[in-house]
Ligand binder design. Structure first.
Ligand SMILES: Cc1ncc(COP(=O)(O)O)c(C=O)c1O
Length: 322
């Protein structure tokens, strides 16, 4: 089911893609008042599985809490609605986009009189930074746009409004011939890409900016930290000066969209040997081994979508089944 067809869940009802409409007077259209998630369902040898679905739902509910939105569903309700939407669209693998937004009532800055409407979209997802990106790496620049300063826009919320900043970062990069850009925080420390977190490797130690650098606390980031530590690497979450980008032995983006994508160069300075490095490969391989059920899912990161596929998991390494 490519983008543009299938069913969309809107306020509890499945509607045809073409009928999933909102009024032009909806608050969200004018003021960016949406919170959303981006998750993935993978087709694995053990069946279709959503990756860290519960963690995505928790982040969605946390984003709503920050913006004083009353969610129409609780944690298990969102998970059930997402799984059902995937099943109703008969998708084996897809990108998952739940969203809550301020709908149509009064039109003024104050969102409180407007209803909290919700939707779930699912569709088959192309490689985000191109088909070769995860193998060969991407060329990126440092953006002239900073991430938002603390106490301006809440970076820990995945809100539509934050992506006005991300769009500026992305457009500048693309128009200047780069695949992506890395934004600095308001103090000039490294923050993240327009839609992905960043890791650097130097002298065998893995570094990533902390939440004090206006990052979205990514679920892939958390997974990679967990994996890297389990492989014996030291991982430091700290303030990182811009020049670490130019001195790193390896650099890579992580996120639901980019998964684990090596960075080949920053501002035309080649990172390390200019190829995917050994640490990047090690964490990436373990990440995909977990996704593909090649190693046990000891963290309970997989949610199996189709009960009729349960036989695929008999005697399999995966431990979480439904
Ligand atoms: C700004 C930003 N940072 C980081 C990420 C990575 O987060 P996750 O791994 O949860 O997809 C995303 C993607 O949602 C993002 O939009």
């Amino acid at each position: 089911m490519p983008f543009g067809s299938g069913k969309i869940w809107m306020n509890g009802t499945l509607v045809d893609w073409a009928d999933a409409r909102i009024h032009i007077g909806s608050h969200v259209v004018h003021y960016g008042s949406a919170v959303f998630e981006g998750a993935r369902c993978y087709s694995t040898p053990r069946g279709s599985a959503c990756f860290r679905l519960d963690d995505h739902v928790v982040r969605l509910l946390n984003s709503a809490r920050i913006y004083r939105m009353d969610s129409p569903l609780d944690r298990s309700g969102w998970a059930a609605a997402i799984e059902d939407t995937i099943r109703q669209n008969a998708l084996k693998a897809c990108y998952i986009r739940p969203v809550m937004y301020r709908g149509y009532s009064a039109l003024g800055v104050n969102p409180l009189p407007c209803p909290v409407d919700s939707a779930i979209m699912v569709w088959e997802w192309e490689a985000y930074l191109g088909p070769d990106a995860q193998e060969k790496g991407v060329d990126v620049c440092v953006s002239s746009w900073n991430r938002m300063a603390p106490n301006t826009f809440p970076a820990m919320a995945k809100s539509g409004a934050n992506y006005a900043n991300a769009s500026l970062i992305k457009m500048e990069a693309v128009l200047d011939g780069y695949a992506e850009a890395i934004a600095l925080d308001h103090q000039g420390y490294i923050s993240e890409g327009s839609g992905q977190n960043l890791f650097l490797v130097r002298n065998g130690v893995i570094y990533t900016p902390s939440t004090t650098s206006s990052i979205l606390p990514g679920i892939t980031r958390d997974s990679i930290i967990t994996i890297a530590r389990s492989l014996g690497y030291e991982v430091r979450e700290e303030l990182l000066p811009r020049e670490m980008l130019y001195l790193a032995d390896e650099a890579f983006f992580v996120g639901t969209a980019v998964e684990v994508t090596p960075i080949r160069s920053v501002d035309k300075i080649v990172v390390g040997a200019g190829v995917r490095g050994p640490v990047t490969s090690a964490v990436r391989d373990t990440f995909f081994d977990i996704l593909n059920g090649e190693v046990p899912d000891t963290h309970g990161w997989l949610t199996w979508v189709y009960p009729e596929e349960a036989h695929l998991r008999q005697n399999a390494a995966s431990t979480v089944a439904r």
